[in-house]
Design a protein around this ligand. Structure first.
Ligand code: ATP
Length: 266
């Protein structure tokens, strides 16, 4: 059994690798010796029954939780336990819900808050290099406009984020993290509360970014039809562990996965 799992969990060119990750909350073992690899340039689904540990795993990978044990490597760098902003700087971002603070800002302000490598943050440049800062600000604004257009949010750019529909908010959550020009993105239930039309838009954006910019996606999503359709590869977690990994067809025909979803092993 063990060999089977580790064989399927290995990929040719891993951009992200989790090795024996463990995370507990008191008595609860949310993630338990979980290992998997994410193929560079893939759209990978991370699935599993309720409480399998998917969100906790995302939080460990993206730096919101420190794992109790195990290592996480991104692009060959050990990122285990680094704070989220350092991991984002390495090129790995996770979307998160627009907080109350951000809801009180306009869509454009949300976008302008997240750019990468802003010289204006450094005192030295602030004093000696105003032209550079102005040029950078103009570039950031242009990038933000381009993304808002791509995500069909340009018409609401001056609207408060809190006034957007659920689906538009999801789009903004993705768009603002793309200001960081990530190499890989973790999406936790990107379609939750989204109507079917906007769901199609989000799928199209993901596919475009994947194909055109080479962004790797790891997606936790409960809609199985969508996952099987959108993802090139799927990793299944169960009771905190990696249970199986493979193509959608392989996963759909895997007895262990069926059992886990039917609660056959409990
Ligand atoms: N902050 C926390 N404190 C205590 N227990 C937690 C915490 N976060 C998660 N857990 C527990 O850890 C386990 C894994 O939860 P997690 O949310 O990671 O699973 P999941 O696969 O994302 O589930 P779902 O699909 O239902 O969102 C569950 O038993 C959950 O109750």
């Amino acid at each position: 059994m063990q060999t089977e799992v580790s064989e399927t969990a290995t990929v040719d060119d891993a951009v992200l690798a989790a090795d024996s990750v463990r995370k507990t909350f008191g008595e609860i073992v949310a993630v338990d010796d979980c290992s998997f690899e994410i193929e560079r340039g893939s759209i990978t689904g991370l699935i599993g029954p309720n409480g399998a540990g998917k969100s906790t795993m995302f939080d460990c990978i993206s730096g919101f939780y420190q794992p109790d044990a195990g290592t996480i490597r991104f692009d060959g760098t050990d990122i285990t336990g680094l704070p989220a902003h350092k991991i984002a700087h390495e090129g790995l971002v996770r979307t998160f819900q627009i907080t109350r603070d951000l809801a009180e800002m306009t869509v454009m302000e949300n976008m302008m808050l997240t750019p990468k490598n802003q010289t204006g943050e450094s005192m030295f440049h602030a004093v000696f290099n105003r032209d550079t800062i102005e040029r950078e600000n103009a570039e950031i604004q242009r990038d933000a406009e381009k993304l808002l257009e791509l995500f069909q949010l340009d018409h609401v750019r001056q609207e408060y984020a809190g006034n957007l529909s659920g689906g538009q908010r999801k789009l903004l959550e993705m768009a603002r993290m793309l200001m960081l020009e990530p190499e890989a993105m973790l999406l936790d239930e990107p379609m939750a509360g989204v109507n079917p039309t906007l769901e199609n838009d989000i799928v199209e954006r993901i596919e475009e970014l994947n194909r055109q910019e080479g962004v790797t996606f790891v997606i936790v999503e409960h809609d199985m039809d969508l996952v099987m359709d959108l993802c090139d590869r799927i990793i299944v977690m169960n009771e905190g562990r990696d249970l199986a990994a493979g193509t959608p067809a392989e996963i759909q025909n895997d007895e262990r996965v069926l059992e886990a979803y039917l609660g056959g092993d409990s």
